[in-house]
Design a protein around this ligand. Structure first.
Ligand SMILES: [Fe+2]
Length: 266
């Protein structure tokens, strides 16, 4: 049996109150109310409720939850995480199609504690968009684990994987969410990014994203989800180490980026 919950009562009734206040302030008519009602029904039927909520509300609650905590800054998980990413073996290369479009990139990371000591054996779960801005598992004709993988940090907390540089992407914009963007004059773009969830025994999990300096969306119209934080933007360089190239089966030149992830103790 469901019992009254103080927190739900306080927050949910305040949200209802705020919506009623805005409906009154804008003299919303019954016809407009029915149009919004039909749009919400379409949102539910299209399966875009998680998308719409994450785009407009997740970065707020992510900040409420994690701003000011010790260690690296968090970022929202977003709607494209899957819970069955392939577990990879070194040398780490994210699974990709034979003809995967995009620029080869080698990403190097360090997972450390708040004192700067590397954490060996940490689990690094990463996922990213392909060069056309789509995520595997959400489009037909792409293998489910494509450009997704779980790896483990080596001595010193280091890890390195090869992939293609993620591309900026438009959130799905052909359904009810896209209709909403058109009606409100908003754009659908997110800057290029990697997603990471990093876990290690004795530490709090870190879910974050890594962005790239010079990104046309960050420098231009901005992220539709308002999720970018300065500390999560890294430089992109050029690499040409023959050992790295041959180990990862790429090269001879490739893009490079790196980041340090600091975990707070549990
Ligand atoms: Fe994403």
């Amino acid at each position: 049996m469901v019992e009254r919950n103080e927190r739900v009562t306080k927050v949910a009734l305040d949200i209802i109150d705020a919506i009623q206040d805005r409906l009154a302030a804008h003299d919303v008519t019954h016809q407009e109310y029915r149009a919004a009602w039909a749009w919400l029904m379409g949102l539910a039927q299209s399966g875009e409720v998680p998308l719409f909520l994450d785009v407009f509300f997740e970065s707020i609650v992510e900040r409420n939850t994690f701003d000011g905590v010790a260690g690296s800054e968090h970022a929202m998980q977003g709607p494209y995480y899957l819970d069955d990413h392939p577990v990879l073996s070194p040398p780490y290369c994210l699974p990709m199609r034979d003809d995967e479009p995009g620029d080869a990139m080698v990403f190097t990371g360090v997972v450390e504690d708040l004192g700067g000591n590397g954490i060996e054996g940490a689990t690094v779960d990463t996922w990213q968009a392909a060069n056309d801005g789509t995520y595997s598992g959400f489009v037909p004709d792409v293998p489910r684990g494509n450009l997704r993988g779980i790896l483990t940090t080596a001595a010193g907390g280091t890890f390195r994987f090869s992939t293609i540089k993620p591309a900026p992407y438009r959130i799905p914009h052909e359904g009810p969410t896209g209709e909403f963007l058109l009606l409100t004059g908003l754009h659908p773009w997110r800057p290029a990014h990697f997603h990471f969830t990093i876990t290690a025994d004795g530490y709090k999990p870190l879910t974050t994203q890594i962005y790239f300096r010079g990104d046309e969306i960050i420098d231009g119209i901005g992220d539709i989800t308002n999720g970018v934080k300065d500390s999560l933007i890294v430089d992109v360089g050029q690499g040409s180490d023959p050992t790295v190239a041959s180990e990862h089966g790429i090269g001879p030149t490739y893009l490079v980026a790196d980041a340090t992830f600091a975990l707070d103790s549990a």
